[in-house]
Design a protein around this ligand. Structure first.
Ligand SMILES: *[C@@H]1O[C@H](CO)[C@@H](O)[C@H](O)[C@H]1NC(C)=O
Ligand SMILES: *[C@@H]1O[C@H](CO)[C@@H](O)[C@H](O)[C@H]1NC(C)=O
Ligand SMILES: *[C@@H]1O[C@H](CO)[C@@H](O)[C@H](O)[C@H]1NC(C)=O
Ligand SMILES: *[C@@H]1O[C@H](CO)[C@@H](O)[C@H](O)[C@H]1NC(C)=O
Ligand SMILES: *[C@@H]1O[C@H](CO)[C@@H](O)[C@H](O)[C@H]1NC(C)=O
Ligand SMILES: *[C@@H]1O[C@H](CO)[C@@H](O)[C@H](O)[C@H]1NC(C)=O
Ligand SMILES: CC(=O)N[C@H]1CO[C@H](CO)[C@@H](O)[C@@H]1O
Length: 448
């Protein structure tokens, strides 16, 4: 039982996914995280003489797409002539024209304000609960308690009751780059807020939600990462496709080993939204993921995964790697990364998320000798499906930080040599192991 049903189900799901892709490439839909979204919730906590005081909370409900350095920016357009008197735990990027005000000057008079988070360590009187993360949010799958952020906003000239207040319009979320599309604000049942000691519930006077979804297609027309393959049974390395991430910038790249200009290092330290400064490669990607089929034991097999950064200007904090492979339903052990299954459809357990260990390798350093992280995955074979033939041992899909990476074309995967049908003896196993460990190291460090 089950096998036929499963394949039918798989085919159906694939068909549905394909339809989504074909009908609307620009619509944000990620088959591995179908309900992934960023939700912005406004809770009016009190009415004031000319407006209200609200807590705005941003939730990153995406399973594996984090909001990276330099963080989120939230923008909207006021429905009336509202002004922002104060913001606590964040700040508007521009004050705008407040010349109409004489005594008390608002924080921002822009009709379409943009708000950014404060940096960690902001002065105490400017902090708000769950604020001040430099706009960085982990993904919900990684760490829900670090996947949301809040600030308080005092709004004037807005109406002072739930009948007269108008919802802001045209929300824009940058996280940190483009790619997100926000729906309209919708009034929702008032949020019930639990006090810190969990002993008192209070209720917002009015709440509304805005939901934003991500589309890689809107973010960039080229991928930002690519995948290369190798295996213990072949000396052929399948490199990333040429120009996998576009070759438009190949005249501004830096050849490996040359000195990075001093100013660049300085501006890099300022944590502004730096355009990448890439090492010259044939793929021109910011990140390459290498999947090496390392060992074939009797009941288990082992893959080695390396992630290599080619960008001299950006570290990846709290990076995530998602891989889809049919054998990920039987992961036995993951070395030096954390691992969590991603289960978009209850019945199919073929996708998982890898991420770094805190303070050890949760930051992928800028390009250079430290710009890589590595792991090994041990999987229990299902004797009915396991094979080294036809590239079965390689992942079907790979995402880095929520963006899908370009895979090599399937006909270029390492293939089994004809003689490999005989399993080597355990003595030569050891030799092969040593040889390919060295070989893998070469692949990671030398091959670009
Ligand atoms: C946003 O994500 C949350 C958590 O996964 C989910 O409950 C909610 O339905 C999503 N919202 C939309 C509009 O998809
Ligand atoms: C507005 O507030 C009144 C009481 O303050 C409440 O009865 C009513 O349901 C609220 N309306 C909405 C749309 O929240
Ligand atoms: C509004 O957002 C909050 C927080 O994300 C969520 O718990 C709630 O279910 C949302 N309400 C609706 C109606 O989407
Ligand atoms: C740069 O890209 C162009 C195609 O866009 C290609 O013709 C050229 O050879 C590339 N140059 C280098 C140095 O890779
Ligand atoms: C990356 O992080 C390291 C260690 O925190 C820091 O020294 C370096 O300046 C950072 N590089 C960039 C480009 O932000
Ligand atoms: C999915 O696979 C993982 C191992 O990779 C296993 O721990 C987990 O229990 C599986 N979950 C389901 C629902 O099958
Ligand atoms: C060989 C083996 O252990 N296979 C298991 C893989 O995982 C699925 C469910 O996750 C089990 O049903 C298999 O028995």
């Amino acid at each position: 039982m089950g096998f036929d049903d499963n394949t039918k189900e798989l085919k159906l799901l694939a068909l549905i996914a394909l339809c989504f892709v074909l009908i609307s490439p620009a619509v944000a839909y990620d088959p591995l995280d179908p309900s992934g979204n960023v939700t912005i919730r406004w809770d009016i906590m009190s009415w004031t003489s000319d407006g209200y005081l609200a807590t705005v909370t941003i939730f990153n409900f995406q399973l594996y797409r984090n909001i990276m350095n330099p963080g989120w920016t939230l923008g909207w357009t006021w429905a009336k002539k509202e002004v922002i008197w104060t913001v606590v735990g964040a700040q508007a990027t521009e004050q705008g024209d407040c010349s109409k005000f004489k005594l008390k000057i608002p924080h921002s008079c822009k009709r379409n304000p943009q708000v950014v988070d404060l940096l960690p360590g902001a002065p105490f009187n400017m902090q708000y609960q769950n604020c001040c993360k430099g706009g960085v949010l982990t993904s919900w799958g990684q760490e829900p308690t670090a996947a949301f952020s809040a600030f308080q906003i005092a709004v004037g000239q807005s109406g002072t009751s739930n009948k007269t207040v108008k919802l802001p319009k045209d929300f824009k979320f940058l996280g940190p780059g483009p790619g997100y599309t926000c729906g309209p604000a919708r009034v929702v049942p008032s949020t019930v807020i639990l006090s810190d000691d969990l002993r008192r519930k209070s209720q917002a006077l009015m709440s509304w939600n805005v939901t934003c979804t991500y589309s890689q297609f809107l973010a960039s027309k080229n991928p930002s990462c690519c995948v290369s393959f190798s295996s213990f049974y072949s000396d052929k390395i399948t490199p990333c496709p040429t120009c996998a991430c576009g070759c438009q910038n190949n005249d501004t790249c830096v050849t490996s080993g040359s000195k990075i200009p001093q100013e660049d290092e300085k501006s890099a330290a300022k944590k502004v939204d730096n355009p990448p400064l890439l090492q010259c490669t044939h793929h021109m990607c910011r990140v390459r993921v290498h999947w090496h089929v390392k060992f074939n034991y009797h009941d288990y097999w082992r893959a080695k995964i390396a992630i290599i950064n080619f960008d001299y200007r950006n570290n990846y904090t709290q990076w995530t790697l998602v891989a889809q492979h049919p054998n990920l339903n039987n992961v036995t052990q993951v070395f030096s990364f954390q691992y969590k299954p991603v289960l978009p459809y209850e019945s199919i357990n073929d996708t998982g998320m890898f991420y770094g260990l805190k303070y050890y390798n949760d930051m992928l350093m800028q390009a250079g000798p430290l710009g890589n992280v590595q792991s090994e995955v041990l999987m229990k074979k299902d004797k009915n499906t396991f094979t080294l033939k036809q590239g079965w041992a390689f992942p079907r899909k790979v995402y880095f930080n929520g963006d899908e990476c370009m895979l090599p074309p399937p006909d270029s995967y390492p293939t089994l040599p004809n003689s490999a049908n005989k399993l080597p003896t355990s003595v030569s196993f050891m030799a092969i192991y040593v040889f390919f460990s060295i070989f893998f190291h070469m692949v990671v460090t030398v091959v670009q």
